[in-house]
Write a protein that binds this ligand. Structure first.
Ligand code: ADP
Ligand code: MG
Length: 272
């Protein structure tokens, strides 16, 4: 039994038991090296339906690599990721996206030349049609239903007053909200967020926490990588701690807070 399995054995505060078949994502024995550097080793992780699962760890721990393995951007050297009964490993990012996995990257990826509204309409149109009409003069014409929904999602993430602004004019924090809106309009089953509050002022961070708390849409499962412990402890149902590419602890926020291994891993970094 791995450390991670031992840590999750038993019943947590939400009444989940390890081994019950309500896990939506299963990372099975994933390894990934970059030119001899072990970015991920022996990574086993179960994420349960509807939970907010935080992945934390010092810089360089392998958090972003793990997320990129899940979304098909990085192919693991060994192991597999299974989501909702489908093996994701070997699939292209757009195929994984079609299965209901959406993600907000560490560096926001938005269409800088398009407006906020158009940016949010793009993933909705791509999902419906299976491709995207790249001509911005015709792509959005007559799409009233999708436009209405995009307007609603944009208001929900707090970008109402920027709806017609080009994405290039947004602050970094607002670009993250835009990316979040681009995910939410897809109604994903699993939402992956890599440091969604990075670059945000405290006020915007708190607004994002509130927004993520509100998202309980169809029992959406969330994995959140986060450096800001205030965000982690405000949102997470369970936490996995990575250090040096390995899982060193897993459990409820209370368990993680009091775990000496976790404190040790963070020595020299911000306190948990
Ligand atoms: P985290 O997100 O926890 O800060 P990363 O997953 O980004 O960590 O990185 C884990 C380790 O893998 C780091 O040492 C990083 O330098 C290395 N790494 C990540 N991506 C690459 C890459 N594409 N090529 C080479 N090394 C990489
Ligand atoms: Mg990272």
């Amino acid at each position: 039994m791995s450390v991670a399995e031992m840590a999750t054995h038993g019943t947590d505060e939400r009444g989940f038991r390890s081994g019950v078949p309500n896990k939506v994502l299963h990372v099975d024995d994933v390894h990934k090296s970059f030119a001899g550097l072990h970015a991920l080793s022996d990574v086993d992780l179960d994420v349960r339906q509807g939970e907010t699962h935080a992945i934390i760890g010092p810089n360089g721990a392998g958090k972003s690599t793990l997320l990129n393995v899940c979304v098909g951007r990085i192919k693991p050297d060994r192991g597999a990721v299974i989501f909702d009964g489908n093996t994701l490993t070997g699939k292209a990012p757009h195929e994984i996206n079609q299965l209901g996995v959406a993600r907000v990257f560490q560096t926001p990826e938005v269409f800088l030349d398009l407006s906020v509204l158009q940016n949010v309409m793009v993933p909705a149109l791509s999902k419906r049609d299976g491709y995207f009409n790249l001509n911005p003069f015709t792509a959005f014409a007559g799409e009233t239903a999708i436009r209405d929904e995009a307007e609603e999602v944009i208001a929900n993430v707090g970008l109402k007053y920027h709806i017609h602004s080009p994405a290039s004019s947004l602050s970094r924090g607002d670009k993250r909200r835009l990316e979040l809106a681009m995910c939410l309009i897809q109604h994903p089953k699993l939402l992956l967020l890599d440091e969604p509050t990075a670059g945000m002022a405290r006020h915007d961070t708190n607004a994002t926490i509130d927004l993520l708390k509100e998202i309980k849409e169809n029992g959406m499962t969330k994995i959140i990588i986060e450096h800001d412990m205030h965000v982690v402890f405000s949102l997470a149902d369970r936490i996995t701690v990575l250090a040096g590419g390995r899982i060193i602890a897993q459990g409820s926020p209370e368990e993680i807070k009091n775990n000496p291994k976790v404190k040790e891993a963070y020595l020299g970094e911000e306190q948990v």
